[in-house]
Design a protein around this ligand. Structure first.
Ligand code: A3P
Length: 321
């Protein structure tokens, strides 16, 4: 039993021993098919690849960590379920459930036997989420035509957000910002490199725009209403003229705003373990919620460095930040 427990804690040792390993985060990470992961993520993802049964009407919300996953989950849930739960109603699930818990992650929580049974038990159409890069998604997802909503964010803001988050949630470990920045620039971060993650989904969205919707956090912040409508069209539940004139779009935007969600007791208090063995405060998903917060944390030189790397890595893709 002891050994089983260790295997579950540390991942599949046979697979892991064949993978490149790197120190520098709160635990060693492994490079699995071009993506830096914790040992348990590698195990979880490989189990998922063999066990997950997608359905053609599944919609997967895909993000690199700290790009606005929580917001996208709230928005997509609110849009998809508004006939049952009108936005702004006094009994809306978002008032009593953390957005992270309204849309389950494919690869989380980590288990030694992946809980695909829980996913199998969900009624269709399912809203699911993932941090996996496009090449790690089970192949059957694209083969079946499952739709994907990808949300990305300005890379410097992603770095700043993830640095704060890691320091908050990895209790006994304090990551130095400069050192972590250097690692990030080398592509070494959880689910990194960031640019490969973004580029992978970007290229899918160019090739299959009806299947993969590509969104940017900064654009959503600038005009949330427009994006809520796009999301509704993509989810095949477009807003009716009546809804639009009745303010239903604005209701969704207001209910899912940073200020509103952050202030709700279900999001501002308490601790939950969504990863497995890593309890964290519910409030850690809500920090500043700003575009350009990097300006108060990074030097000009750091900003230029990351800009240059991202520009070079995305060159020829048609995607810029
Ligand atoms: P900051 O750390 O820059 O504030 P994720 O949900 O992928 O973990 O991303 C977290 C980031 O999204 C955090 O960014 C968080 O504050 C921000 N965020 C959370 N909810 C939001 C919302 N409703 N609207 C806008 N940003 C939100």
């Amino acid at each position: 039993a002891e050994n089983n427990h260790d295997a579950a804690e540390e991942g599949d040792n046979q697979l892991l021993s064949a993978l490149p390993k790197k120190e520098g985060m709160w635990k060693p990470f492994f490079l699995y098919r071009g993506c830096w992961l914790t040992p348990r993520s590698v195990t979880s993802i490989t189990l998922l690849q063999s066990q997950f049964a997608p359905r053609p009407d599944d919609v997967v919300l895909a993000t690199f960590p700290k790009c606005g996953t929580t917001w996208l989950k709230a928005l997509a849930f609110a849009v998809a379920n508004r006939s049952r739960h009108p936005a702004g109603s006094g009994a809306h699930p978002l008032l009593t459930t953390h957005p992270q818990d309204l849309v389950p992650f494919l690869e989380l929580p980590h288990r030694d036997v992946h809980p695909v049974a829980a996913l199998d038990g969900l009624p269709s159409p399912r809203l699911l989420s993932t941090h996996m890069p496009a090449p790690l998604l089970p192949l059957s997802i694209s083969a079946l035509g499952c739709r994907v909503v990808y949300l990305c964010r300005e890379p410097k803001d992603v770095f700043v957000s993830s640095w704060h988050y890691m320091n908050k949630v990895t209790a006994d470990f304090s990551l130095d910002m400069d050192a972590t920045f250097e690692l990030f620039c080398e592509g070494f971060s959880l689910y990194g490199p960031l640019w490969d993650h973004v580029r992978g989904y970007w290229e899918q969205s160019v090739a299959e725009p009806d299947r993969v919707l590509f969104l940017k956090y900064d654009d959503m912040m600038a005009d949330a209403g427009k994006h809520v409508k796009m999301l509704a069209d993509f989810l095949r539940v477009p807003f009716t003229d009546e809804e639009v004139s009745g303010g239903a779009v604005e209701e969704v935007v207001a209910m899912c705003s940073f200020e509103n969600l952050k202030s709700l007791p279900v999001n501002s208090s308490g601790v939950s373990d969504r990863i497995g063995g890593m309890p964290m405060e519910n409030s850690s998903y809500f920090r500043a919620g700003k575009v350009g917060d990097w300006k108060t944390h990074l030097t000009e030189e750091m900003a230029k460095k990351l800009d240059c790397i991202v520009e070079e890595k995305l060159r020829g893709s048609g995607l810029t930040f």
